[in-house]
Write a protein of this length. Structure first.
Length: 240
């Protein structure tokens, strides 16, 4: 899968998308991720990419010329161009999973007051929000969306790992996890986890997930089906 990210602040993405699980996914060729500076498509000597809004008001707006030039150069047959925006479709696991099935995505991050409306009207295929709040910078949102979708690309989390037990995937929050030592400052790991009895452990984990979801997010339980967990679902995701 290829992903192009268009931003005025490419250095913000180098660390976020270059390390840990995403960094490994790129190294192993699961993800062809390319980070671009929008100013590379500015044609004036000052590399201008934004300007004051028509009609007045505070802040700056991304200009159409460099954005159109960048997208027209990067897009391929079948690619989808996505703008990160507070008024876009709310990000969800289902949306992440759908995006992971695309061949080529181009993400455009807005900055300051946003982007010229003609960009949204004529070269954007889809708009995504990461929540009902306003960030200073769409680059942060682009990194979040890429992280969410990358987990659904086969091989990114490792062959052994499964997404099926993660929070939200089954409308349940995840169960508590413990590691060594079994006794830390007198706080002991639940006995059942040391029992070696996989059926009991599965049951305990499901009960914990249900209890936690009832307590913290009862809205998720509407229409929930308690399908059995499989032992391979319980493996921890690759650490990063
Ligand atoms: C300061 S915001 C502009 C907000 C814009 N004036 C508005 O009220 O919708 C700058 C950029 O951050 C990004 N952004 C801010 N909040 C976001 C959110 N919740 N989800 C996705 N992108 C967001 C968008 O790309 C936006 O152009």
């Amino acid at each position: 899968m290829r992903i192009d990210l268009l931003t005025l602040f490419p250095a913000m993405l180098d660390g976020l998308l270059g390390e840990s699980i995403l960094g490994k996914a790129r190294e192993r060729g699961h993800l062809d991720l390319r980070i671009h500076n929008l100013r590379d498509w500015s044609t004036d000597k000052h590399k201008t990419a934004d300007d004051r809004p028509f009609g007045g008001g505070a802040g700056m707006v991304l200009k159409p010329e460099p954005v159109f030039a960048a997208i027209e150069q990067l897009r391929t047959p079948g690619s989808r161009t996505i703008y990160l925006s507070p008024d876009g479709t709310p990000l969800s696991p289902a949306l992440g999973q759908r995006l992971a099935g695309e061949q080529h995505l181009i993400f455009l991050s807005g900055h300051y007051e946003g982007i010229d409306q003609r960009i949204r009207d004529h070269v954007i295929d889809e708009e995504i929000s990461i929540g009902d709040y306003v960030l200073t910078n769409g680059t942060i949102a682009a990194a979040v969306v890429v992280d969410v979708l990358a987990r659904f690309i086969p091989g990114v989390l490792g062959e052994e790992n499964s997404l099926t037990h993660e929070s939200f995937t089954r409308n349940l929050l995840d169960f508590p996890q413990y590691t060594r030592p079994a006794d830390f400052r007198g706080w002991k790991v639940p006995e059942v986890l040391l029992s070696g009895n996989h059926a009991l452990i599965e049951r305990w984990r499901l009960e914990q997930s249900l209890e936690k979801t009832r307590r913290l997010r009862p809205d998720l339980l509407q229409g929930h089906q308690h399908e059995p967990l499989h032992s391979r679902d319980h493996q921890a995701p690759a650490q990063g």
